[in-house]
Design a binder for this molecule. Structure first.
Ligand SMILES: C[S@@+](CC[C@H](N)C(=O)[O-])C[C@H]1O[C@@H](n2cnc3c(N)ncnc32)[C@H](O)[C@@H]1O
Length: 239
């Protein structure tokens, strides 16, 4: 079992997505986010079913930000994570933030479902977290709350044909009161095209209240809050 607790490097995880199959053997990692979690998460990492089977830098950044800055304001809110992989971000929020009564939905494609379920069990979080299949671009599954208050997405920008699918899903999910915390690592020029598309479709603001922002910016990691364009329109109409 590996641990992050003695590491000063905030993103002690693989930096590239391809090739990924030979990078890491199957293992359990203990993740405390530099001691923020008293009871660290145990996450099984297994790449046999896809790249989501390991921890990615944007997931580490997003989870740490949420644990520090949204520790107590998620109570009573519905929460859905997209492209959750093994569930790093949603499980961290479940362990370290005040949440409920609705479960946090960690979602991904079908092949990642067993890993999400294993990690929920490994951390004894089945009363707080539910795993579901949510394919970007496809109709939303019935179990997912309509227009969740909080949407989480980490390291979901890396495969250009999936960009419009992810935009469609964000459009379907974002309601007037929703916010999506969206962290991504820019690896290629093409990744900026996603942000261009997203800027057309949504209101996007960079998150500025993260004390680590200068550190991860150097690693080409960006953290945004994405809202439906109708939010601003609605508040102007109310004024
Ligand atoms: C690089 S991994 C990030 C995993 C996790 N969020 C993290 O930060 O550790 C990207 C995830 O997006 C998921 N994904 C890719 N295309 C998808 C799609 N069309 N629908 C749903 N999930 C998708 C992959 O299965 C994978 O788990």
């Amino acid at each position: 079992m590996s641990s992050d607790s003695e590491s000063d490097a905030p993103f002690n995880v693989s930096e590239t997505l391809i090739p990924f199959r030979d990078i890491k053997p199957v293992d359990n990692s203990s993740v405390s986010f530099d001691g923020i979690l008293d009871n660290p998460l145990v996450l099984k990492e297994d790449l046999k079913d896809g790249c989501g089977g390991q921890l990615w830098p944007a997931g580490m950044v997003l989870a740490k930000y949420l644990l520090r800055r949204h520790h107590s304001d998620f109570s009573g809110k519905t929460i859905v994570e997209l492209g959750a992989g093994g569930g790093l971000v949603g499980l961290a929020v479940a362990r370290g933030c005040t949440v409920g009564p609705s479960p946090i939905y960690i979602t991904d494609q079908q092949p990642m479902l067993p890993l999400m379920e294993t990690n929920i069990e490994l951390n004894d979080l089945s009363s707080t977290v539910a795993a579901a299949v949510l394919d970007w671009g496809a109709p939303l599954p019935d179990c997912i709350p309509a227009h969740p208050a909080i949407i989480l997405a980490a390291d979901c920008v890396y495969f250009e044909p999936a960009f419009p699918l992810l935009i469609t899903t964000l459009k379907d999910l974002l309601g007037p009161e929703s916010v999506c915390y969206f962290c991504f690592k820019r690896r290629r020029r093409a990744d900026l095209r996603f942000i261009k598309m997203a800027k057309k479709a949504f209101d996007i603001e960079e998150v500025h209240d993260d004390p680590d922002v200068d550190i991860y910016r150097r690693e080409n990691l960006f953290l945004y809050a994405i809202r439906s364009k109708s939010c601003k329109r609605d508040s102007r109409e109310r004024d």
